[in-house]
Design a protein around this ligand. Structure first.
Ligand code: SF4
Length: 64
């Protein structure tokens, strides 16, 4: 799985990296950055959790 964060939409309130710190981190401004080029299978559920809980709809996942 690949995860992408749209930097135009992310406002940096951090729900993603609070809910799924295994997949999402924060940059120096508190905006989200994805920690994996390819998300390992055991973390795909966490990636989807972040996607589902981003109020800005900034996170998208896709199969590789
Ligand atoms: S939850 Fe969405 S808007 Fe908030 S930091 Fe994460 S990607 Fe950005």
């Amino acid at each position: 799985m690949k995860v992408r964060v749209d930097p135009e939409k992310c406002v940096g309130h951090g729900r993603c990296y609070e809910l799924a710190p295994e997949v999402f981190g924060e940059d120096e401004r508190g905006h989200c950055r994805v920690l994996w080029e390819i998300v390992p299978p055991q973390l795909e559920e966490k990636a989807r959790l972040g996607e589902a809980n981003c109020p800005e709809d900034a996170i998208s996942t896709s199969e590789v």
